[in-house]
Each structure stands twice: as structure tokens, then as C-alpha cells.
Design a protein around this ligand. Sequence first.
Ligand code: FE2
Ligand code: FE2
Length: 297
Amino acid sequence: MEPPMHGKANWRGPLRLFHISDIHFGLEDPAALAFAKHCIDVERPHAVALTGDLTMRARTHEFKAACQWISDLDVPVTVDVGNHDIPYFNLYERFFDPYKRFKAVAAVIEAQLDLPDLAIVPLRTTTRAQYQRFPWSNGWVTDHALRHTLAAIDALPEGTRVLVTCHHPLPERRERDGKLLTINGTKTMEALASRKVMAVLSGHIHDPFDLVEQTAAGPLRMIGAGTLSKRIRSTPPSFNSIVIDGPDIHVTARNLEHVPTRAMQLDEVPENALPPREPGEPVSPVGTVPLVDPPVY
Ligand SMILES: [Fe+2]
Ligand SMILES: [Fe+2]
């Protein structure tokens, strides 16, 4: 059976979405968070998509602060789980109840948002453990997670535009040396491209990007958001303001430093959020690389 086609013209005007990521309570940037909150309060986007890493180490007090910040947002919200949101020290919880600490915002975790002619569909890329490697901070789209997301997309009414949200960018291999990034990323991107998904929104990298990945089933747009924490990689803290106008998507990387969007965006997806130290590692044009690696605790 042919997969359903999404993207038919039947739209009621532009939709505005704020794509926020990696707020990392525990090492949050209060000024950047206040800026994002102010923009949400004043501009009232149709929705906020938070693509994971709400905390630094999934500690109870970090979750409490993150959940409070999310609860105070007076617009529809969907939240993906990041690798930093799974208990690190408490192994019992990590394996048996990894999402317990999200309780206060459980209703918005991996929740599909249905806006006029547009659906925001989550895809889980985090896992409790990975037998292929250690540490387990990079992404893995399990067959179960992929099936779940594809079933949600296939159940949408014909003509619905689709955005997919997840924490990890989906490229499976690093361009520079072929290093394994997100396990099953290639087949996931191909499946999403075959369903004409408009874009995949992700976090984890702490620098924004807006790239097109070529798959066997056609192109797939990959949009990454920066961080609102002090763990910066090569750009000042930022979030994405996304306008969906018919079949078009316009992305602005909003930041307090007034850096233009193109100077904020990477042209290649790196492995993680660590500041670039080696020659050849992707750096944003603005190049705000911290001299010392930000703390991880
Ligand atoms: Fe992060
Ligand atoms: Fe992450």
C-alpha cells in the first residue's frame, strides 16, 4: 500500500512555533530563559516544542525547576526526553522508572500536538542503555519507537502537514570520519522522507542548524535548536522561531546578542554539544566558542 501523502494545500494562514531545546536546569542561563519566556508571553506562538535535555543530571531539584518553567508557559507545549533527563546516579530508577521525575508535566511528555492542518509528532531517540556502546548519550531510534511515530503519522487525515520532534539529530554517521551517531538514523530519515514530513526538529547539539539531508526516499529537512543554558558550544544561547506558511518553513535563531540567523547556524551536524577543539569540527560562523569547556555537573 502506498503511504499517505501529506502536504496538500488547504491551509488557514501561517502558524508560528517556538522550538526550544536543552534548557539544562542545573546550568540554565536565567537571562536567556527570561528572554524566551518574554517572547512567548508577548508573541503567543501557536505552540512550543521543547526538544529535550531539561536538566543537567536528572536530579529532583533540577526537574522541579524545569517542570515549573514549563508549567508557566501559557501555550500548547510538547516535550521530548533528552539523554540528560534519564536518572544517571540512581540506576534502579534509570532502568525501571526513568520518566518518574517528569510527573508534574507528564501530560506534555512526548505528546502529539494537533494544530490547524499541522501535526507535531514526537519520536523517541533516548534509551536507558545501549548494548552497542558506552556511554549512552547518543541517539538510538529503536524499531518500536520508529513504528510508534510512523503509525501516528499514518493515522493523520490526508493533507495534514507533519513536523517530527526528537532530541537527537538523526544523521547516523559523522561526515568527517563515519563515526556512529544516531543508531537507525538512516532508515528513520528515509521513512520520514517517504511520508513527506516537512521537517525534523531536534536538540542535543547546543548550536542551531537548518540543513537538508538526502535520503533514498527524497530530501528531509533537519532543524536544530541551540541551548538556553550556559553549556554553549559555538553560539550564544538561542531558540528557534519557526513560521509555517503553507508548504514553506522559515526559521529564525533568536538570541539576546542580535546575531543574524545565518551566523548562528552550523552547516554540518557534530557529534555532541562539546565545544569544537579539533580542526575540522563544525563551528558556527559567529564562532562564540568558550575558552574552557562548560561544566557538566
Ligand atoms: Fe544538551
Ligand atoms: Fe542531549
